[in-house]
Design a protein around this ligand. Structure first.
Ligand code: SAM
Length: 285
């Protein structure tokens, strides 16, 4: 079978199984398998697949047909230009979280801190902490998660990207009180679980393959956000900043939580899709 035939069959297979964007998905998997870009893969239509390639492509299609996210099939996801290893123990890093990191880089640079201290809550694959360590070479980062397997993965990713010595990964419950880090952080950042429990079952099958603990924000979706916001004034230095990813309808509620915690200069920022996605506030100096 050649590339064109395999792509046609692959697309038809994914359509049958209700996979969104079946053509793009088939092309993406083909390109990954051939180790080339998507356009190049499509342009090689008459190239015959070896038996091994054919088998690999069919295998990946089968997984995709079961609505397994592509990142779990391939075992990695791009994040701000680096390859982050992912497993089913971790959330797949999202493009909007890349925007959060860029905003954090801007905030830290604007603060003028010479050796910034960053606290990340709920690190998952470690994508936020690792990208920040790379963007801010003088930063020291402390990253927590409750999931031991996610932390092991984050540590592995940090070592692979040569920032393992600058990030301390610690297993800690965000609902606990971090006495040791009082007044330590110039920046506290989190992409917490923020989906209301009752909305979880209505999510796309792909999202439901991700760890529930990474998604479930409790009854109103605000459990983790509430805890992190309450903790922030204790962990931040005067003038330190809290930056969080939030659900697109949570802006007004999160603004109130930030204000109740004593944070000032509160802003809710939109993501590239035009949805309210990031909450930022600073502890007064
Ligand atoms: C939405 S995911 C974010 C993962 C990663 N930072 C990212 O942006 O892709 C939320 C993370 O919070 C962690 N988490 C959930 N409940 C927690 C808790 N009680 N204490 C600490 N971490 C928790 C999950 O394990 C998960 O890794």
């Amino acid at each position: 079978m050649n590339v064109s035939e395999a792509l046609r069959k692959g697309e038809a297979y994914l359509i049958d199984r209700g996979v969104p964007e079946p053509k793009a998905n088939a092309e993406f998997l083909m390109a990954e398998m051939l180790g080339v870009g998507r356009l190049t893969a499509v342009s090689q239509g008459s190239r015959e697949l070896t038996a091994k390639e054919n088998h690999q492509f069919l295998d990946w299609l089968k997984w995709r047909g079961k609505r397994i996210p592509i990142a779990y099939i391939l075992g990695h996801q791009p994040f701000l230009g680096i390859k982050i290893e992912v497993t089913r123990d971790s959330l797949v890093p999202r493009p909007e979280t890349e925007e959060l990191v860029i905003e954090c880089e801007r905030l830290v640079k604007a603060s003028g801190a010479a050796s910034p201290k960053i606290l990340e809550i709920g690190t998952g694959t470690g994508c936020i902490a690792i990208a920040l360590a790379q963007l801010l070479p003088s930063a020291t980062i402390f990253a927590t998660d409750l999931s031991k397997s996610a932390l092991d993965l984050a540590q592995k990713n940090a070592i692979a990207h040569h920032v393992g010595n600058r990030i301390r990964f610690v297993r800690e419950d965000l609902f606990s009180d971090k006495q040791g880090l009082r007044g330590w952080a110039d920046l506290m950042v989190s992409n917490p679980p923020y989906i209301p429990t009752k909305d979880l079952d209505g999510l796309e099958p792909e999202v439901l393959k991700e760890p529930r603990m990474a998604l479930d924000g409790g009854k109103d979706g605000l459990d983790a956000i509430r805890a992190i916001t309450a903790m922030a004034p204790k962990m931040l230095k005067p003038g330190g900043v809290l930056a969080m990813e939030i659900g697109s309808k949570q802006g007004p509620a999160v603004t109130k939580l930030f204000a109740a915690s004593g944070l000032k200069s509160i802003v809710i920022k939109k993501d590239a899709q035009g949805l309210e996605r990031f909450a930022i506030g600073a502890l007064p100096v």
